[in-house]
Ligand binder design. Sequence first.
Ligand code: AMP
Ligand code: GLY
Length: 422
Amino acid sequence: MVNILVIGSGGREHALSWKLSQSSKVETVFTAPGNGGTENNVSIDINDLDGLAEFAQKNNCFTVVGPEDPLAAGIVDKFNKLNLRVFGPSQAAAQLESSKIWAKNFMKRNNIPTARFEIFDDPQKAEDHVKSIDYNVVVKADGLAAGKGVIVCNNKDEAISAIHTILVKKTFGNAGNKIIVEERIDGIEASYIAISDGNVAIPMASSQDHKRIFDNDKGANTGGMGAYSPTPVITDILAKKIQEEVIEKTIHAMKHEGISFKGFLYAGIMLKDGVPYVLEYNVRMGDPECQPITMRMNFDLYDYFVASVDGTLSSMPLLSWKDQFAVCVVLASSGYPGSYPTDDEITGFNSISNETHVFHAGTKKSDGRIFSNGGRVLGVTSLGDSLNSAIRNAYSATEQIIWSNKYCRTDIGKKGLSYFLD
Ligand code: AMP
Ligand code: GLY
């Protein structure tokens, strides 16, 4: 039996902790720092790598890293040096997410389909470039900006203002010392996530996120307002194409460049005319994609984490999934992704039925009561035999959960419905 330390405090980490605690090989799952829904919380910050290493060492833990920040800071390299078992990519491999410029150049030199782009640190040159081209652009800060450093522009004025926001006003701090100006691709977006051991990659179930704050993909970008799995957008033919032309190509090219990619590799895909363009890589599970994906897992996730670390994924059986849909509706604090109130008491958890699991994100527990404590607060995740029934189950559960500043989109999963006749 092994103890697990899950690092993070979001819905993704609650889902990972929940799934790992079901393994017959796992004794105790600790979560650092965790939230109001996770058990055995350890109050160590995700950036306190020394504190986390000390805890993992003392408690004999196998560590699972949820968010990107500690990965980019080199937590895996540090733990490996101390002979601590840890699932996730090294600092060098995490560059796929921590530097968008590194990732774009990597894709370019390895012929991985991605939007054409230019890199700038001088606002005037960026502006001149925008004025000289005849297509719409997306302006991206190079570094990590908590999912906010990407500005999708509708015209040249917006592009010029985005360049100023990032390079001159420094809204994203040093993450915006350099920018990418890339072609905007208008297609259908989906998330493709695989687990790798540096040599092979096994695909997770497909999923689709809903990034904008309002229905019909209107309003500001968020961390993600809901997700469902599987998505009919990724047909078997497309899945094979993405697996071979994006995921395996990436893992092999990384290896060729001397970097072994272990962990979850997430490709944010834009599908246009049958071509899967990579919008971004993440080097971790998606949040909220992780919640519906874990709900459908019919296998011991811990076994696959071990195989990723040990380089033995090729000898593992293919993943087996519940033949059902899962839908996660994020309940947020109204105002998110801007400023929002916290400390509202949340009730109604007792009325939730069996096909639903409520994953916590921005919550805290006090005297056995649950209070809001963040922007994205809960991920109400339900199974159903059709996408429609999973959507119905999730939304009827969201109505049971009550607090004064609750907000959710009302159309999670709807994008997928048009692919079915039911
Ligand atoms: P990212 O943080 O890189 O995932 O970008 C946030 C969102 O911006 C993505 O989920 C897309 O909706 C959008 N986006 C990023 N790059 C592009 C692009 N080249 N064309 C169109 N939309 C994009
Ligand atoms: N849901 C998108 C992300 O985790 O970055």
